[in-house]
Design a protein around this ligand. Structure first.
Ligand code: NAD
Length: 508
């Protein structure tokens, strides 16, 4: 039984049919296997998608490169206007897109709307950048010389995305890639192909009415082998990969082996530290959102919680009380704050991890079970656990929070930094010394270091990403745009002499 008819109005608005082409190289098509997209809240099929074959990967990259040759000579502020129009088109379809994200991913509508808003915000950043993209003029040591540094378009950018942010991550990458003069070839997660289709159609509507080729925003729906083909292709100048550390490790090697550029946004294992002097109510609210939001399937989800010994008992009492109020249900219903897991393997990973936790001596403080019913629901879970246990070092992409007690700040920082991942971290305190210690050079080793703000919920204005096994990449705001450019350094001589750098004498 399929759910297509049930959501037909929404699908019509977004140009989704019962059977869809999942490949666009300027024209829609696809000659790979047909797959089905599922609603994780019901376990039922939404629609089918034809995925990409090897030949489709080849033709999409070829078409994207050709389109980029035209696009790179369009003035940057004109490119900025195209990206601005993409933002306008997204504003018009914001609710419809959010509903589709909710349906296909399983995240609640409010978070899905936030995801579309992130893409819109990125188009604003890109628009501003299009009028202000800086270069440098540097002084030369030689008389009547000047040095310039410019940022030029890089070429073709491959964007491989994870299921949990099926729209925003493409937005971060494509807004900057386009404004910097590149074409984009997108390989979305297989299970979020409908979101990718709807998003691409909106981008294409803007390109078409401005007479630019839609192959600038090529789409290759497909499984891992399509991502592998994109990563290994010499014609893809930058591979921007968002996903698990295990796959990212391979993608990174494939891209670097051919001297392609790579931007990696991989797994996290994020901790919140609650000090004795913290505002407990604020910390509970923040950590609840960060641990339970998106059903524990954000890269920045709080997975580890360290509470100072003086407030441990009272804090855990408040937190478990808050967990009891979490309304589980259909993510499209108002009032639901917690939806299903995304797929069957996530549910079985949750179950396996719970068994492992019990064997390792963890004490379940809340949840721990799979919820009966057709959808893929599991209980949001808190476990008291030895923070050095092997299982705590891994990212289990499910709503499991490991809690532990600590004595002093230096122990908490040591615990925070003791895992292989380095994405996000947070401290709740009202002590300025603890605050600055945590955000300083001897503090958290993560890319995101928050104070009285939990680990998830970043804004697009700043750079986003993490260290160590999180991959080291930075996306979104700040100077992340530079990664979508190639830098050229130019020395100009406006004199009649030829002095050499470093005072080298070279007379003949
Ligand atoms: P995943 O690694 O399973 O898949 C990510 C993407 O890689 C998908 O498009 C997938 O089809 C593709 N892929 C699979 N095999 C491939 C291969 N051999 N070669 C190339 N591509 C291949 O991840 P997921 O389950 O979709 O997402 C969850 C993971 O993503 C978590 O680890 C999470 O922390 C991470 N994530 C990180 C960030 C970040 O910004 N750091 C953001 C979102 C998600």
């Amino acid at each position: 039984e399929d759910e297509f008819e049930l959501h037909k109005e929404l699908f019509d608005e977004l140009g989704i049919k019962k059977e869809n082409s999942g490949v666009c190289n300027g024209e829609w098509g696809g000659s790979g296997p047909v797959i089905y997209s599922m609603n994780p809240s019901t376990g039922k099929i939404l629609a089918s998608i034809t995925t990409a074959s090897k030949a489709d990967v080849d033709s999409a990259i070829d078409a994207a490169r050709k389109a980029q040759h035209l696009w790179r000579s369009v003035p940057t502020p004109v490119r900025g206007h195209i990206v601005r129009e993409i933002g306008e088109a997204l504003r018009e379809k914001k609710l419809a897109l959010a509903k589709l994200i909710s349906l296909e991913v399983g995240k609640i509508l409010a978070e899905a709307e936030g995801e579309v808003q992130e893409f819109i915000d990125m188009t604003d950043i890109a628009l501003g950048l299009s009028r202000s993209m800086p270069g440098q003029v540097l002084p030369s040591e030689r008389s009547k010389h000047l040095i310039l540094e410019q940022w030029h378009p890089l070429g073709c950018v491959g964007v491989i995305t994870a299921f949990n942010f099926p729209h925003a991550v493409y937005g971060w990458n494509s807004s900057l890639a386009f404004v910097c003069g590149n074409s984009v070839v997108w390989k979305p997660a297989l299970s979020t192909s409908l979101v990718a289709l709807a998003t691409t159609k909106i981008v294409h509507s803007v390109l078409e009415r401005n007479n630019y080729p839609t192959s600038l925003a090529a789409l290759l729906c497909g499984a891992g082998e399509v991502g592998e083909a994109v990563s290994k292709d010499r014609r893809v100048d930058l591979v921007s990969f968002t996903g698990s550390t295990a796959i990212g490790r391979k993608v990174g090697v494939w891209a670097q082996e051919r001297f392609g550029r790579v931007l990696l946004e991989l797994g996290g294992n994020n901790a919140c530290i609650v000090m004795d002097d913290a505002n407990i109510e604020l910390a509970v609210r923040g950590i609840l959102f960060s641990a339970v939001g998106t059903s524990g399937q954000r890269c920045t989800t709080t997975r580890r919680l360290f509470v100072q010994q003086g407030v441990y008992d009272i804090f855990m009492e408040h937190l478990t009380h808050a967990y009891k109020q979490v309304r589980i249900g259909n993510p499209l219903d108002k009032g639901t704050i917690y939806g299903p897991l995304h797929n069957h393997s996530a549910v079985s990973r949750f179950q396996k991890t719970m068994e492992e936790i019990k064997r390792a001596g963890g004490a379940i403080l809340h949840g721990g079970k799979v919820v009966d019913g057709p959808g893929l629901f599991v209980q949001p879970t808190i476990v008291r656990m030895d923070p050095t246990a092997e299982i705590v070092q891994r990212e289990t992409f499910a709503p499991i929070l490991y809690a532990a007690k600590f004595k002093d700040l230096s122990e908490a920082i040591q615990l925070n930094n003791a895992v292989p991942q380095g994405l996000s971290s947070s401290i709740f305190t009202s002590d300025v010394r603890a605050l600055f210690e945590f955000i300083g050079p001897n503090g958290s080793d993560c890319g995101i270091v928050n104070v009285n703000v939990p680990t998830s919920g970043a804004e697009v204005g700043a750079a986003f990403g993490g260290e160590k096994e999180t991959g080291g990449g930075r996306e979104a705001g700040s100077d992340a745009w530079k990664q979508y450019c190639r830098r050229s350094t130019t020395t100009i001589n406006f004199g009649d002499d030829l002095p050499l750098a470093q005072g080298i004498a070279f007379h003949h």
